[in-house]
Design a protein around this ligand. Sequence first.
Ligand code: NAP
Ligand code: FE
Length: 386
Amino acid sequence: MMCPHTLYLGGNMTNKYYMPTRVIMGDDCITKNSELFIPLGKKALIVTGTQSAKRNGSEKDVKTALESVGIQYQVFDKVMSNPTISCVYEGAAFAQANDVDFIIAIGGGSPMDAGKAIALLAAQDIEEGSLFSGNYEDKVLPMAFVPTTAGTGAEVTQYSILTNDKAQTKTSIASDLLFPTVTFLDAKYTVHLGVITTINTAIDALAHAVEGMLSVRASSVSNALAVESIRMIMNCVPVMLQALQSGSEDVINLKQREQLLEASFMAGMVIAQTGTTAVHAMGYSLTYFKDIDHGRANGLLLGEYLKLVEMVRPDLAGRILAAMNFSEAEQFRELLSKFLGEKEEISSEEIDQYSKLAIQTKNIANCVVKPIEENIRTMFELSFAK
Ligand code: NAP
Ligand code: FE
């Protein structure tokens, strides 16, 4: 039976739009809407990172809301950046041992991605070898999400991205089961996010919006969301540059934090429909092998990819650049360089290895402008040129 939320869009190709997550936004939206936890279950597992949720007030607000409606909870606060497979199996075992019946993930993309995998693994037995297969029983614990960075959009996507040591990369579990049931967006938790994380996560969101427009699955709906997301992030560029120069995140006010969080959520809705493209495919190696932060990795590569697109499909690049108020991709590349500062060293052996890995990914098949291995190598070289 066709799902009532799935919209089949007309056009040259068959396209669809599916976004089943309820999104609640605004100041104190968790404590003001605590009744939304009631249908999710009787005992929650709060999945989060080691520190930030305790410092920014989000964990306290979730606990207050749960207590006000008589829901019990346990906390699993061991999620590291770029979560590992063993972390999510440990979380799922903890969920089962404590008889929880739903998951609340609080934090950046890492706790949210871990929360999704835990919700899946706590509901059904999946061997490690089949974790990325996409073939699962129709069972998952309900999920409530609280993003505290403005970047990944994981609060509205069906992806859980885990560090995959066997494949020496980061791999996504992609399944409609992984859409959270409800997401709470309250920008006050992001106010003390440091300058570098603010910038890196904003670049990740920008990469999602831009890559979404460069995907073979782009539609008029995803493009509308992407263009607005790009505009909102670009509006915050001057204050993010000011924060970088002054070394203080305090210059970014709550209104601007709200814009960044909303833009990130919209870019998440874009990639939920379109997937990501060459930039993410290439960036995963930079994170896996060189420990470069996810958003920064995308930022290092995004300018060069847009320059390649500009050569092959100037119309497509032009639409993206218009949303940024730029006329050439080089202007965008220069802006990214300002944010990124000094670049890491990369050897030609590393470039060879990462190019071979990137070309095999499904993200490349997802590109309107599909780079060949030689293009990927050149993009890596130019992206790291001093
Ligand atoms: P992150 O790894 O979740 O968090 C980075 C750091 O920021 C951590 O040290 C965290 O501390 C801290 N932090 C989080 N919120 C904070 C706050 N409000 N104030 C101060 N510090 C805070 O970073 P991320 O960039 O948000 O997520 C990156 C991950 O998301 C990657 O693994 C990437 O592959 C994935 N991703 C997923 C999707 C998707 O659709 N599922 C899309 C894009 C990227 P604590 O550890 O103490 O919390
Ligand atoms: Fe990303």
